[in-house]
Design a binder for this molecule. Structure first.
Ligand SMILES: [Zn+2]
Length: 335
């Protein structure tokens, strides 16, 4: 078992995160997750299921895709599919800087300095065939990262946030190791709780009401605060929407709004002070999801402009990169 206290401060630009090449064998296709990313005393652990083929750099990308991924970083990278909204949301919640300007190292620094840790639930994933969908993971044949051990050993962690598909896998898995990752009510272990109020409680309760987790404590936000004031350690479990492009039911700005409320404590009628609305350009008053000027015509136009920017940048990259690099400042992420 990989210890969670192993090096947590990866510098992927120089030394790629832990990763073995995918292995194909008779019973399936196996890939390894990337290392835990965590700074000092994180308050929130963000959990994913397992890196996609694009994250593991096992899928060819165009020059602009690599540019939009993290300033032409082509190595293994958590949420490395440029169409995944995860890093856009993290960066727009924590900084005024955008993804294509930053190296992967700089992106990870923003995440860690913001008090977030990032890890995958499945360490070694076996799928029947090559592919990225979490639903293809054969849980009985997979191995898991010691998430519970990490939470136990990091008393600063107050909240574990995971997308619905990850949470559902933990709840419905017949694999004891997977189910035990968030087991509760054991001697000396932190208590996990699901809140019954707040913007994401409904989605969270829907998943964790399942039989296997019936012992999970439910409480209101004020009860949680009161319990903590009395000195008890309670870790809040939060379920959010998937940021993956496979979750096509939600637009990027809708995912952003849900994640802001769930993981960044940014309420619906608020915006980070440096957040520039991609539609009207106003800074620090509202997010794109609540912009009064956002119309379907605006979105269609923004998508068209994104397409033109992609074409211009790819043409520049393919023709030998002569002259000034085309600016991507007008690129709209959250559509
Ligand atoms: Zn606006």
């Amino acid at each position: 078992m990989q210890s969670p206290k192993q090096p947590t401060d990866q510098t992927p630009q120089q030394s790629p995160p832990h990763q073995s090449p995918p292995r194909q064998h008779n019973s399936g296709w196996t890939t390894e997750s990337l290392s835990l990313i965590a700074g000092d005393a994180p308050h929130t652990l963000l959990l994913g299921t397992h890196p996609s083929t694009a994250s593991l750099a096992d899928k060819p990308l165009t020059p602009i895709q690599n540019k939009l991924r993290a300033n032409e970083y082509s190595g293994p990278m958590n949420f490395g599919n440029p169409n995944n909204s995860f890093w856009n949301i993290v960066l727009s919640g924590l900084t005024s800087r955008v993804r294509h300007e930053l190296t992967y190292d700089e992106i990870l620094t923003v995440l860690k300095e913001g008090g977030f840790a990032l890890w995958d639930v499945v360490r070694s994933a076996t799928k029947a065939e090559k592919g990225s969908l979490d639903s293809k993971i054969i849980t009985a044949m997979s191995q898991y990262n010691p998430v519970l051990q990490y939470v136990e050993e990091e008393p600063s962690v107050q909240r574990v946030v995971m997308p619905k598909n990850t949470a559902e896998m933990l709840v419905t898995s017949t694999n004891k190791e997977a189910r035990g990752l968030l087991s509760d009510k054991k001697d000396g272990r932190p208590g996990f709780a699901v809140l019954t109020d707040g913007p994401v409680s409904k989605a969270t309760l829907e998943v964790f009401r399942k039989k296997a987790f019936r012992n999970l404590t439910t409480m209101t936000r004020s009860e949680l605060e009161e319990t903590r004031l009395q000195g008890a350690r309670v870790v809040e479990l939060v379920v959010v929407c998937s940021t993956s492009p496979a979750n096509a039911l939600l637009r990027g700005y809708e995912k952003e709004k849900i994640w802001f409320a769930a993981a960044f404590e940014i309420e619906e009628d608020e915006a980070p002070p440096f957040y520039r609305c991609a539609c009207c350009g106003v800074v620090g008053t509202h997010i794109l999801a609540t912009c009064p000027a956002r119309t379907s015509e605006w979105r269609a136009d923004a998508m068209k402009r994104n397409g033109e920017l992609r074409k211009t940048w790819n043409a520049w990259a393919k023709s030998g990169r002569e002259g000034e690099e085309p600016s991507l400042d007008e690129f709209v992420w959250a559509i």
